[in-house]
Design a binder for this molecule. Sequence first.
Ligand code: FE2
Length: 390
Amino acid sequence: MRIFLFFLALPFVLVGELFDPVALFLTWQSDPQTTMTVVWITKEKEDEILLQWREAESACWHSINGTTQKMPGDLPYLVHQAEIKDLKPGSDTVFRIGEAGVSRKFRTLPKDLTKAVRFVVGGDIYHDDLELVEKTNRQAAKTNPYFAIQGGDLAYAAARRGEASTNKNLRWIEWLKLWKETMITTDGYVIALIPTIGNHDVNGRFNQTPEQAPFFYTLFPFPGKKGCNVLDSGDYLSLIVLDSHHSHPIYGTQSRWLYQTLEKRKDVQHTFAAYHIPAFPVVHRYNKAISRFIRRYWVPSFEKFQLAAAFENHEHAYKRSLPLKKGKAVPSGTLYLGGGCWGVEKPRKVKRASYLAKALPIRHFILVTLKDDKREFVAITPEGEVFDRF
Ligand SMILES: [Fe+2]
């Protein structure tokens, strides 16, 4: 009997001894088929900078020391980042923080779309209670996506224009702690996070610099302080992440970069853009300044190079536009999708507009499935109800 009890207790003892950082997420800075960036947060006193990984079928561990930065806002935490390179496309990797760390696994994107690739999208995350975020996270994770785009207004912690700071900085830790615990697929893969900057992630909200978004740029190596960036997965997927006038202007460098980036990718099968403020609103006025800027400086490039879809946020509602080109619905037009209602308790009233195919005040995320040359968009509530499919 004693022996039985000993073995029963053993796994719990071992688990208790393994190191697990306060928060952890995966993201990409370069090729999602061959690299993965691991970001982990430790308390100042339990600093652990070693990242170890091995191919799933191998017993041989590799090690790399992460770079370390202090968490902004005088929070007693450290942010560590390390990029794993030279992985095989579509392969499984096991990793841990420190030699005595909890083992987790991830997968790289496959080299083509003969098998479906899925990802989820949504914005306006930690607006109300963390329980709302948890519910949407868990439902999104159940769809087994490779990655999740989080379209801005992540922790709702930044100060308004004129305010020196807020006392909300711990919300970043709370959100990312929950991310570590919930954004895991049903078969155990950690889901990568692709962040987009929103007005509530920047002190001053609009027309600021990266220095006014210290948490966003300390935590996330991508999209980086130059603002705009792109992830390419072979010739089947390009994902462009843009800054809708929060820490970089919409026009000038960013709009020129967007044109050139899309031009170079005109033969890519599926191209998407993600940013926070909508070009085609479903709640706010059509002629608000930022929406006008996006329609003037970005939309012509989207249309010229036939961007498949732009994921928009900020409005706390759901919308799907018609496929638009020069204000008309055409089959080769660009879709404007979303509305930012991942963790918002009270979705906002929607309006009618000639460019909208569907509009609802509803909490949701969008599941995107790519298979060969086909793409499907499904809008899902935190309860798992599908309410739009395109
Ligand atoms: Fe917003």
